[in-house]
Ligand binder design. Structure first.
Ligand code: FMN
Length: 351
């Protein structure tokens, strides 16, 4: 995987949409010998181009950009929107907000195609995708190494058939949205321990494991299972260069292995996040979430104000089950520590 990616270590900093993967974070990771990745899914095409150029100004090493497959959100009824807004108004009052006239619009049709064109034009070395399969032609023609996200054996086999260079397997431990695209979400909820050996027996392309990996012990375990690389998200959220807001960092520091849940109630699509008051309130309301990504967009004003005013309980705190092991260090130091710990773990096992 390191050879494929052009890195020293087969370690990928997970792309994380939502302002976490600053150019400083991505470049620090790449400069330290792992693969930094821009979570580009929520960035308008020209903002994505700026992020790519800003990253390139800070590193001459390979890095990646990640996008989602095109979304076709259903239109919710006015009653459904009103019911959710009514529930959220309680939190708006606490934050001194008034309900916006409209739920912010999702990206217009054609956005992913325009983002893909930017990735191709900017000759980004590594392209990865999740939540389905976007059109791969432009990035392939531009010579990018292509990584696709799978959560089941069948999805991994399908991605191999589509010609990806490696499969990122997202175990159920993982923080963030479930990448499941071919089966119901509960069927795609498989722990890495069970998933990796069954996938590597079925596909020839290398497998990169994501989910709950926080240190060299986890990396050595992934390698023992047959993965050839690892992708870590939560571990990089607490790095000094990441864009994680202060109250989010506080919640990560206080969270442990039992703090997270997979829920569709905060965005409309199942995602692993730290349980919060906001989640409990939506849960106890019994309301169905609006379709992805509208449920999250309906809460965007609350999240922004809560981040600014310092209320972690009103944030969407995506994090994996390994969150109790998160450390507050610069990203380069984390990469070095991960590499050293992995060697140590492998030596210990070799006796
Ligand atoms: C805050 C956050 C945002 C994420 N956003 C993305 C994304 O935009 N694209 C993607 O492919 N994966 C995304 N993921 C999932 C990661 O790629 C990866 O599967 C996950 O972080 C691995 O689990 P871990 O967090 O326990 O390391 C996100 C994860 C987190 C924690």
């Amino acid at each position: 995987v390191a050879k494929l990616l052009g890195t020293r270590y087969p370690i990928v900093q997970a792309p994380m949409a939502g302002g976490f993967t600053t150019p400083e974070l991505v470049a620090a990771v790449s400069n330290a010998g792992a693969l930094g990745s821009i979570g580009g899914a929520m960035l308008p095409p020209e903002t994505l181009r700026e992020a790519i150029r800003a990253t390139r100004a800070l590193t001459d090493r390979p890095f990646g950009v990640n996008l989602f497959a095109p979304l076709e959100p259903e239109r919710p009824s006015e009653e459904a929107v009103d019911a959710i807004q009514g529930l959220l108004d309680r939190f708006r009052a606490d934050l001194g907000l008034v309900r916006p006239a409209e739920v912010p619009s999702p990206p217009p049709p054609g956005t992913v195609e325009a983002q893909l064109a930017v990735v191709a034009e900017e000759r980004v070395p590594v392209f990865s995708f999740t939540l389905g399969v976007p059109p791969l032609g432009p990035v392939r023609e531009a010579g990018a190494v292509v990584l696709g996200t799978a959560t089941t054996v069948g999805e991994a086999v399908e991605l191999e058939g589509l010609g990806v260079d490696a499969v990122v397997l997202q175990g159920s431990e993982a923080g963030g949205h479930r990448g499941t695209f071919r089966v119901p979400f509960d069927q795609g909820s498989i722990g890495g321990m069970a998933l990796v050996p069954q996938v590597v027996d079925q596909v020839d392309v290398p497998v990169v494991l994501a989910g709950g990996i926080m240190d060299g012990r986890g990396i050595a375990a992934a390698l023992a299972l047959g993965a050839e690389g690892v992708q870590l998200g939560t571990a990089f959220l607490t790095c000094s260069e990441s864009g994680t807001p202060a109250p989010y960092r506080q919640a990560l520091a206080e969270a442990g292995a039992d703090s997270t849940a997979v829920t569709a109630l905060l965005s409309g699509r199942p995602a692993r996040a730290i349980r919060t008051e906001l989640l409990a309130a939506v849960e106890s309301s019994g309301l169905e979430p609006l379709p992805f990504p509208l449920q999250g967009l309906a809460m965007a004003d609350i999240r922004a104000a809560a981040a600014q005013q310092g209320y972690p309980e009103l944030l969407f705190l995506l994090a994996g089950q390994g969150v109790g092991l998160a450390r507050r260090v610069p990203a380069g130091e984390l990469v070095e520590a991960l590499a050293a710990e992995t060697e140590q773990a492998l030596r210990r096992l070799a006796g």
